[in-house]
Design a protein. Structure first.
Length: 488
């Protein structure tokens, strides 16, 4: 049995987060809306209506193409792709066939383990093309009835096709996650998997390791999550390996399979598939799109920092791979981290405050990230601690109360009387009281047991519910005790 390797390529559909649909002014945010309420004669495919391409969608697809290092086809056009299905009201999809928006891109990505640590080196996956098209409606099956909701019909999509450069289910998922990060970073898609905003078709074939031949492939249709993508590809790799062993070779022809989430296996949909004839022809109602070099250059220069570059910047701050991923993947956490780090110059402290304390409190109080304090409020907390208004320990309590109540630090400190006691006279009184109340510890200290000092400071902190400034207590106590011992 030769050593086999998997050869995997993906087709990804990502919904663009535009205000209106691809070819009509209908609301593009159909989430949670009553079925068939965000529709019009254009997206319902009524005869005689005319599609008008959405400039915002074209711009977003252009930005995404550049972020994927694609070459923009300065002249490209839309085509009609004909097929019949109940969720496709016009009887054709407006897509791009032989002149897509963008070609020949490249995505760099890393495979990470469960803890977020990068394993192996950086990988590459070439992008074959990126084109624009409109989404279909949605069918729901109830018993033997099928209901159509056309709210999604006409939603702008980017279809992104890769070369077969991926070698395992884990690589495919890592690539897809990086692609998702890029689309979110450039603002082209929210890519919310739960809302079906990003969907995958995965093609897989096997070959003997060391050969370059592409064998007939199995195409797994309609995978809606990273988990399904990983499970389906893992299953299909095993299944094709077993078939190879039994017939000493690859599949005899291309096949199309579906992934059954509940049974966790693939099911044959079509065998010996001949290329379906979609009778493509140029969309007669939309003129070709033409981009000038100047336009492309302008869009390129306005690209934000991409995730890979961002990770490099944060990795330079001495954080772990997992911390870097957390911060670069979640802009809200990053903004909180950034204000603390910029103010204090201390990455470790910013990590502890944001990734440990804040996330811990959000979790403990059953709050979402959206309930986290604003960066300004967190900055105020840090300032209160650094100015000595509250102790670092009290700062933790204040943060928890900020999460629980949504109030700002000053209000909480005021209401709860949490101000640190740092007034010299007050501390002197406290220290005198502490010496009186802890004769044994004082005795131990003066007889040379330095550690006894901590017990006396601890007594003061307990007495003041943590509000005394521990450094001042410590200093004054030392002074008092050394005076006492030199007097005796
Ligand atoms: Zn419409
Ligand atoms: Mn498509």
């Amino acid at each position: 049995m030769p050593q086999l390797e998997a050869v995997i390529g993906l087709e990804v559909h990502a919904q663009m987060n535009t205000r209106s649909k691809m070819f009509c002014p209908c609301d593009n945010d159909a989430f949670g809306k009553a079925p068939n309420t965000t529709v019009c004669p254009v997206c319902m495919g009524h005869p005689g209506t005319l599609p008008a391409p959405n400039a915002e969608a074209i711009q977003k697809a252009l930005v995404a193409s550049l972020a994927l290092n694609c070459t923009i086809q300065r002249e490209n056009h839309f085509d009609r792709k004909h097929y019949f299905y109940p969720d496709l009201p016009a009887g054709f999809q407006i897509s791009q066939y032989d002149f897509p928006l963008a070609k020949a891109g490249m995505v760099h990505f890393s495979v990470v383990d469960a803890s977020g640590k990068a394993i192996g080196g950086e990988r590459e996956c070439r992008i074959t093309r990126l084109h624009m098209e409109n989404d279909a409606g949605k069918l729901t099956h109830h018993g033997n009835k099928t209901l159509c909701d056309f709210n999604r019909a006409g939603t702008p999509l980017m279809e992104i096709v890769t070369e077969p450069d991926l070698r395992s289910a884990q690589e495919a998922v890592a690539f897809a996650q990086e692609l998702r990060r890029i689309l979110i970073a450039v603002g082209a898609s929210e890519a919310d998997m739960f809302k079906g905003m990003m969907r995958f078709d995965a093609s897989i074939s096997l070959r003997e390791k060391g050969t370059q031949k592409l064998n007939p492939r199995s195409e797994i249709k309609n995978l809606n999550s990273f988990k399904a993508l990983e499970k389906a590809l893992t299953y299909e790799t095993k299944r094709l390996t077993k078939l190879w062993e039994e017939s000493s070779g690859p599949l005899p022809n291309d096949i199309t399979v579906g992934w059954m989430d509940e049974e966790e296996k693939t099911r044959l949909l079509r065998d010996k598939e001949t290329a379906m004839d979609y009778r493509y022809f140029p969309e007669p109602d939309i003129p070709p799109l033409v981009f000038s070099e100047k336009e492309i250059a302008k869009t390129r220069s306005a690209l934000p920092t991409l995730p890979q570059e961002l990770r490099k910047q944060y990795a330079g701050l001495g954080l772990t791979d997992a911390q870097v991923l957390q911060l670069t993947d979640v802009p809200q956490l990053r903004a909180l981290f950034d204000v603390v780090r910029e103010k204090t110059g201390d990455s470790k402290r910013a990590v502890a405050l944001v990734l440990t304390q804040l996330l811990g409190f959000l979790n403990a109080h059953g709050k979402a990230l959206g309930d986290a304090p604003a960066p300004e409020a967190l900055l105020e907390l840090v300032t209160k601690i650094d100015e000595g208004t509250i102790s670092a320990n009290a700062g933790k309590d204040v943060l928890e109360k900020m999460v629980a109540s949504g109030k700002n630090p000053s209000a909480i400190i005021e209401e709860e009387g949490m101000q640190q006691i740092s007034d010299d006279t007050a501390i002197e009184e406290l220290v005198a009281k502490a010496i009186e109340a802890n004769p044994q510890a004082v005795e131990s200290y003066t007889s040379g047991k330095g550690a006894a000092l901590g017990a006396i400071v601890g007594w003061v902190m307990k007495e003041t519910k943590g509000q005394a400034d521990p450094k001042k207590v410590n200093d004054l106590l030392l002074k008092k005790l050394s005076q006492a011992s030199s007097e005796s």
